[in-house]
Design a protein. Structure first.
Length: 493
């Protein structure tokens, strides 16, 4: 057993409880938060690949003690407890989420004089939840942490104390009261059909025809889980509320929330692919929602005058590229989707924090009231521009590499139209971002524009710089992650 695997979940939970208890003692809360935020990516790096069993035993050991009449049966192969699986793909995503969390916490401390214990509690609980989602090989356990993640997202919006944040939080909570039960009901259909919620057990039962693969209960279960997946990721019809969620959180909170969405999307996307990829219309359904996400999000972002909402729509649209890779369904396309997901975590975090400095300086996100901000901090302006290039897929950044892989995968699979669509969407993203950048930074400064702060905190500049370096590193050396993603994708096919 590798006890570092459960610690990836346990440590953030303990940190959440402690910072909430010591909420009134800023120095203590800051020290604990920084130490834990540093520990999360470090543990992900040093932990050995392995499997952790909870509440049960290794099936191989358990089978040796079974009565002779059960040896070799389906019952003997079933997992009796929750299983966490930690491989190199989990290492990459938990590490990147940990880096984003650390930089977001660092940025939060530099921009807020008074530290909020509940706000940090929600951040750490959310990190623990999405980490457990990535590790879990049990769809019911995934559902539990999915609900916790959704609640922490609502809490982060409320704790951000921005305009209309309560309204958006309530709307997201109401929709969650639909998406969550749908997901749970779908899991219930699978449990009732297969008799297990362990993903390996479900795959084993279906592939060996212990149950009818096309049983109505399994097909209905897929449809319900797909609905819950759309909610967790923010794909249509939930793209509008998800973008509102990002725009109503603090910039550092938005960076973390987008990471939560990406990991939820990945965890359930991989689980769905493992279980339901044999269903004829599986790929078609995923592609349809991917196209809708890309088209609707870029259309709505192009019409926005609020730069926070614009970035939020672009972030949701980028999730469409991830879904597109899963929908095409080849080894290379799935590897491209995983690469795009890793890039999404880093790029959007950089843009939320980087463009968030505009709101920090002026207390407005209305582009009609902004201008001339390049004179305030030209270094930050350049980094934000480069972040936009990474988002649009301009070389030599990481966004270019993952989108190039997606285009190549679409062409290889015979989906020429999807390849063209991906290119068109990337071009529109580029022009939308450049237009917003020009409005905020390059056009003349309005005479009535007032500043709440004179300069950007150094830790915020540092955070954006670190994320930009990661984008550049993954763009120049994509094999750092693709050497992991391609073999993993091959195992899913």
């Amino acid at each position: 057993m590798n006890y570092l695997i459960p610690l990836m979940v346990v440590i953030p939970i303990l940190a959440a409880l402690i910072v909430n208890i010591f909420g009134g003692k800023d120095k203590t809360v800051k020290a604990i938060s920084i130490v834990v935020a540093i520990a999360i990516p470090i543990i992900a790096i040093i932990a050995a690949v392995g499997i952790q069993y909870f509440g049960g035993h290794d099936p191989a050991l358990l089978a040796s003690s079974l009565p002779s009449n059960l040896v070799g049966t389906l019952v003997a192969s079933y997992n009796t407890g929750i299983v966490y699986v930690f491989e190199n793909i989990e290492r990459i995503f938990i590490f990147l989420m940990g880096i984003v969390a650390f930089l977001a916490v660092l940025t939060y401390f530099s921009e807020k004089k008074e530290v909020s214990g509940p706000y940090l509690y929600l951040i750490f609980m959310g990190i623990a939840s999405v980490t457990a989602l990535m590790l879990s090989n049990d769809i019911f356990n995934m559902y539990v942490f999915f609900e916790i993640t959704a609640l922490t997202q609502v809490g982060i919006i409320i704790a951000s104390s921005t305009e209309d944040n309560y309204e958006i939080a309530l709307k997201y909570l109401i929709l969650g009261a639909i998406g969550g039960p749908m997901l749970l009901l779908g899991i219930g259909f699978i449990l009732g059909t297969v008799g297990s919620v362990n993903i390996n057990d479900i795959i084993f039962a279906i592939s060996n025809n212990y149950v009818n693969p096309y049983a109505p209960s399994l097909v209905i279960g897929f449809a319900l889980i797909l609905f819950g997946w759309l909610y967790s990721a923010g794909l249509p019809p939930f793209h509008t509320i998800k973008s509102a969620v990002y725009s109503k959180a603090r910039p550092n909170g938005s960076a973390i929330l987008q990471g939560f969405s990406v990991l939820c999307m990945l965890a359930f996307g991989i689980a769905m692919y493992k279980i339901f990829a044999y269903i004829p219309y599986f790929n078609t359904a995923i592609i349809v929602f991917a196209i809708l996400a890309m088209a609707l999000s870029i259309a709505m972002s192009a019409m926005e005058v609020d730069f926070r909402r614009m970035i939020a729509f672009l972030a949701v649209g980028e999730l469409g590229f991830i879904a597109l890779g899963f929908g095409i369904g080849t080894q290379y396309s799935i590897a491209a989707a995983l690469f795009q997901a890793a890039n999404e975590i880093v790029i959007t975090a950089m843009l939320f924090i980087g463009f968030g400095t505009v709101y920090y300086l002026t207390k407005t996100s209305d582009t009609r009231k902004l201008g001339g901000l390049i004179a305030v901090d030209s270094k930050m302006a350049i980094m934000v521009l480069l972040g936009g290039f990474a988002l649009a897929g301009v070389p030599p950044f990481n966004g270019f590499q993952s989108k190039l892989m997606l285009v190549q995968a679409a062409l290889d699979a015979g989906y020429t139209e999807l390849a063209i669509l991906a290119i068109i969407v990337s071009v529109v993203i580029f022009f939308t971002f450049v237009k917003a950048f020009h409005t905020v930074y390059l056009q003349p400064k309005p005479k009535d524009l007032k500043f709440a702060h004179d300069k950007i905190p150094k830790t915020t500049v540092f955070s954006v710089a670190v994320l930009l370096i990661i984008c550049l590193a993954l763009g120049i050396f994509p094999n750092i992650v693709t050497d992991v993603f391609i073999p993993f994708a091959g195992g899913l096919i």
